[in-house]
Write a protein that binds this ligand. Structure first.
Ligand code: SF4
Ligand code: SF4
Length: 432
């Protein structure tokens, strides 16, 4: 547990992050409880410690003791607390283990309290004193060391891309390359999740097939190709900035106009909304998630789909970072309406969708795995109610979590990314 210097450091980080937005969220909570049923942890597990206000209060009470005049004069009256060992232990459990920073409670709070921001502040304080779950920290460390979060070296990356390229050339009956590397003067640089290179090549192949058929001008950079940024979850702004900088440098070297991200919720949030703040400068290119151009390709007739090739009923899980927090809500539904014949909405959906349970870096924190699965009960019930045979999502984290949820809750429903569904429906070669 922290020594006095570490406590001082954690409080310094709290002071440093005390923006007007955070101050407002600390002040404004009326403890009305309207956000209780917004949280998948509380709805699924029903323990009072899991309601958003209770979780936020663990840091709010420390803030009162250090930054609120009433808390400094009469701490006992307002429940203000010193940042002692017990509070640090509680913050560890709350900030890392019982909040995915999904933002659903924020969306449901009439006072505009941003519990997600409070939790991310607690994470940053813990990070500053070295209290980060080992799996999450390792993911960030590997990323900083190797420029991707799974430690794929350059030779392995090139070999894998070449192999995938050959597979695609055979499938499409065309000459290569279908996946261009380091091509100067193209319009788009495409980033992928390292798990596509290592374990899940179908996603990358599907996206490459779609871009090839659409005649897109695109490439991948061998200098930098990782869409993820787990430092966003560990709330390490220095590491997050470095990861954003690598994207900026690779895109600038290729001279592209746009950077597109494979379907990755937190990667989208980090690069689209946060990275320019970390870097202190605007990007000289446009940042987009792959769902957006996919929808445009369909709308503009650049790819033609046959939805009967996806005959089974499908449902769609909105990734929190891309949907509620990123605003990409219409595009997936438009794509689903064109790529499958039987699309069934989960209820609730769009901005009000429940987190899959794997957000916030939770999949890398093995110490909280049991609670992560227990908190997904509501998601399993939502899926089951649709009677869909396939779950579609648009995020690798969600895909892994939903695959585990499907198995643990006996749903037997496979999970696919949206681009895989689209690739399966593509009419190629074009019919005369
Ligand atoms: S965070 Fe908002 S909804 Fe939740 S208890 Fe506080 S004021 Fe009510
Ligand atoms: S951000 Fe999401 S997980 Fe965290 S308290 Fe709010 S609803 Fe629950």
């Amino acid at each position: 547990m922290p020594n006095p210097e570490e406590t001082t450091e954690a409080l310094r980080v709290l002071g440093q992050r005390l923006t007007r937005q955070l101050e407002t969220s600390m002040h404004a909570c009326t403890h009305c409880g309207l956000c209780n049923d917004a949280c998948h942890y509380y709805v699924s597990i029903r323990e009072p410690e899991l309601v958003p206000t209770y979780k936020a209060d663990r840091l709010r009470n420390v803030w009162k003791r250090n930054h609120d005049w009433l808390g400094q004069i009469w701490p006992w009256y307002v429940g203000a607390r010193q940042l002692d060992d017990e509070v640090i232990r509680q913050l560890w459990d709350t900030a890392w283990g019982s909040c995915t920073m999904c933002g659903r409670c924020v969306f449901n709070c009439p006072m505009g309290v941003d519990t997600r921001l409070i939790i991310s502040t607690a994470r940053a304080m813990l990070n500053a004193i070295g209290l980060v779950p080992e799996g999450l920290q390792q993911t960030v460390d590997v990323h900083l060391k190797t420029k991707n979060n799974m430690g794929v070296d350059d030779a392995d990356f090139r070999d894998t891309i070449q192999w995938l390229d050959e597979q695609l050339c055979d499938e499409l009956e065309v000459g290569g390359p279908v996946i261009p590397l380091d091509k100067q003067g193209v319009r788009v640089m495409y980033l992928v999740n390292p798990r596509e290179v290592k374990f899940h090549p179908l996603t990358l192949m599907a996206a490459a097939k779609i871009m090839f058929v659409a005649g897109e001008s695109w490439t991948m950079s061998t200098d930098y190709w990782d869409v993820t940024n787990y430092a966003f979850f560990s709330c390490d702004d220095v590491a997050a900035r470095q990861i954003g900088l690598w994207t900026l440098e690779a895109a600038a070297k290729l001279g592209v106009q746009e950077v597109w991200m494979s379907e990755c919720g937190h990667g989208y949030n980090a690069l689209r909304w946060e990275a320019e703040n970390w870097l202190g400068q605007p990007f000289p290119f446009r940042v987009r998630g792959f769902v957006e151009p996919m929808a445009e390709y369909i709308r503009d007739g650049r790819i033609l789909l046959d939805p009967t090739r996806n005959p089974l009923p499908v449902t769609y899980h909105d990734p929190c970072n891309q949907g509620r927090k990123g605003g990409i809500l219409k595009e997936p539904r438009y794509i689903l309406s064109k790529a499958a014949i039987d699309f069934r909405e989960m209820l609730p959906n769009r901005q009000n969708s429940y987190c899959c349970g794997g957000g916030g870096g939770m999949l890398s924190m093995t110490e909280f795995a049991q609670r992560r699965i227990a908190a997904s009960k509501i998601k399993a019930e939502q899926v089951k109610a649709t009677e869909a045979k396939i779950i579609i999502t648009s995020c690798h984290n969600c895909l892994d979590q939903l695959t585990e949820v499907s198995r643990r809750y006996g749903l037997g429903t496979p999970v696919k990314n949206l681009c895989e569904l689209v690739a399966d429906a593509i009419i190629w070669p074009p019919e005369p």
